[in-house]
Design a protein around this ligand. Sequence first.
Ligand code: ZN
Length: 269
Amino acid sequence: MTLSVVTQPERKLWLLFRGHELLVAVDDFRFPQHEHYAALGLIADEHHAVGQLHGLDAHVVRLAEDTIAPEGYHFQSLRSLLMIIDADSFSLAATASQVLEWYKSHRFCSRCGTPTEAHPRGERARVCPSCTYHQYPRIHPCVIVAITKNDTILLARAQRFTRPMYSLLAGFVEVGETLEHAVMREVAEESGLQVKNLRYFGSQSWPFPNNLMLAFQAEWASGEIVIQEEEIMDAQFFRFDNLPEIPPSGSIASQVIHATVTELAAKYR
Ligand SMILES: [Zn+2]
């Protein structure tokens, strides 16, 4: 009996963006797997390697704004996929989105204006052939904090929310600040409160457009709520078993709210 070996074309995973939307299968939201994205009848100028998922090499592609989804696929916003796809898939899509955005905005050297080139040893950097300046992708750290006061948690409705949803106080870390200082400053600015016993909870890459969310828990120390009206519509301490609408699952905001509420329930129920 002879054993014949058939060589399969090498499959890759394709993260195909049309603006902020990603091409996923209609039935199970998977990213397309093909030897080349052209197999889907799609055309693009460039693609970039972004890592691996389930043993397959993944590449990101920017499609033209007027691209029509091929049979069996549709375009879905990255934000909406957060609630649908698993954490590893979302992490890859988040990386892909940020890599694509970085390529788009670093085509020229920010020091001397010369068109940049790929890094000679394949690092994720754009290199200036004139002045040798290296431009790496940048992430912007943001802090988000769950503040408790006895059996309640502080939740705020931001002016930018389109739905009647309440979330946690959050903001960007400023130049020269520690994370702890950023939390204290944001809380004081947005709510007028002082907090204590700050604890790190966890982090999440937040590709809208290139943030790193660092979540904390803290306890109310002093002060009455005075909201910063340009940013916050309402802020209240809600009892753990009587919460308003909160952010969708999948976000670090949702995770830290649930963890904090579970702690309060164990203590006060
Ligand atoms: Zn330069």
